[in-house]
Design a protein around this ligand. Structure first.
Ligand SMILES: Nc1nc2c(ncn2[C@@H]2O[C@H](COP(=O)(O)OP(=O)(O)OP(=O)(O)O)[C@@H](O)[C@H]2O)c(=O)[nH]1
Ligand SMILES: [Mg+2]
Length: 268
C-alpha cells in the first residue's frame, strides 16, 4: 500500500493545478477532522506555497470534538487559518467566505486602497478523495451542481463555479500522493474511505483500528471487541469463518460512526 498505486489522473491534476495557479487567490484545504494530518496532502500543497490558505476541518460531526479542538489550537498556534465545517449540513460556510475575503483583501490591499472594491475572490478547493469537496461546493452554490457520492475519485475535472459576483470556486479531483510516509497513514486514509478498496488489506486496517481503540478509546474497545487489540486474536476467539468479509464489515461500521465519534490521530 506504499507505492505503485498512484493513479495517472492524480499526477495530471497536479500538473493542471500548477498551470492554473495564477487563477487562484486563496486555497481551501479540505481535511477530514478525524485525521487532519494524514489527510493533508503536502505533496499537492507544494504547488500553492505562495498562496493564502484556509485549513477546513470537515466531517467534524464524525470526529471526537475534544480532539478536534486540540487540532484547531494546533493550527492556530502555527499561525495558520483553520476553521471547523460540516459540508453536508452547510455549517461554518458563512464564516468561510468572510475569512477568505479577509485573507485575500489583506493581500490585495493595493487594489482596495485604490478604491477598487468587491474584487471577486477565486478560491480553489483541494483535498484527498472523498473528503467532501463537491459537497462543500454544492452547499456554497446552493444547487447540486457537482456530483457527490461516498466513493473516492468521483470528480475528474477542474471546474469553476460561480457562488455570486464576489466569489468563485474551483472544484478539483481528489488527490493523494505517490507514497505514504508510513503504513499507518495508509490505514487511516483507508478508514476514511479515501482510497479504492482493492488497494488495502482490510484485515490489516482493522488490526490497526483495534490497536488504536484499545489505547485511545478503551470503553469502545471493551464494548465491541472485548478489549482485544489484535485482529488475529479476535478472529481466533470469535471463530470468524470469513475474516476478510468480517473486517470489511467493521470498516464499514467505523465509517458510519457505529462505534461512536472516533478521531484517528492527535496533534503532537
Ligand atoms: N458526515 C459527513 N459526511 C460528509 C460531510 N461532507 C461530505 N460528506 C460525505 O462524504 C462523501 C464524499 O463527498 P464528496 O463531496 O463527493 O467528496 P469529494 O471530496 O468531492 O470526493 P472526490 O470527488 O472523490 O475527490 C459523501 O457521501 C458526502 O455526503 C460532512 O461534513 N459530514
Ligand atoms: Mg468531488
Amino acid at each position: 500500500m506504499t507505492g505503485e498505486w498512484y493513479p495517472g489522473h492524480m499526477a495530471k491534476t497536479k500538473r493542471l493545478l500548477a498551470e492554473r495557479i495564477k487563477e487562484i487567490d486563496v486555497v481551501l484545504v479540505l481535511l477530514d477532522a478525524r485525521a487532519p494530518k494524514s489527510s493533508l496532502n503536502s505533496f499537492l500543497l507544494e504547488v500553492f506555497e505562495s498562496k493564502p490558505k484556509i485549513y477546513l476541518l470537515n466531517k467534524n460531526d464524525l470526529a471526537d470534538s475534544a480532539i478536534t479542538q486540540k487540532w484547531l489550537d494546533y493550527f492556530r498556534k502555527k499561525d495558520d487559518t483553520a476553521l471547523l465545517i460540516n459540508a453536508q449540513k452547510g455549517k461554518g460556510l458563512r464564516n468561510l467566505i468572510k475569512t477568505s475575503q479577509t485573507l485575500v483583501y489583506t493581500k490585495k490591499k493595493r487594489y482596495v486602497n485604490l478604491g477598487i472594491k468587491n474584487i471577486p475572490i477565486r478560491a480553489g478547493i483541494i483535498g484527498i478523495p472523498n473528503v467532501g469537496k463537491s459537497t462543500l461546493l454544492n452547499h456554497l452554490v446552493q444547487k447540486n451542481v457537482a456530483q457527490v457520492q461516498n466513493k473516492p475519485g468521483l470528480t475528474r475535472k477542474l471546474l469553476w463555479y460561480k457562488i455570486n459576483d464576489q466569489f468563485k470556486i474551483l472544484d478539483t479531483p481528489g488527490m493523494l500522493w505517490p507514497k505514504f510516509d508510513s503504513e499507518t497513514t495508509g490505514f487511516k486514509i483507508a478508514l476514511l474511505n479515501s482510497i479504492a478498496n482493492y488497494i488495502y488489506d482490510p484485515e490489516k486496517v482493522v488490526d490497526f483500528l483495534l490497536n488504536l481503540l484499545s489505547t485511545d478509546y478503551p470503553h469502545v474497545s471493551q464494548t465491541y471487541f472485548e478489549g482485544i487489540n489484535s485482529w488475529k486474536i479476535l478472529v481466533e476467539n470469535k471463530h470468524y469463518s470469513n475474516p476478510e468479509k468480517k473486517a470489511e464489515e467493521i470498516i464499514s461500521k467505523f465509517r458510519k460512526n457505529k462505534y461512536g465519534r472516533i478521531t484517528l490521530e492527535q496533534p503532537n
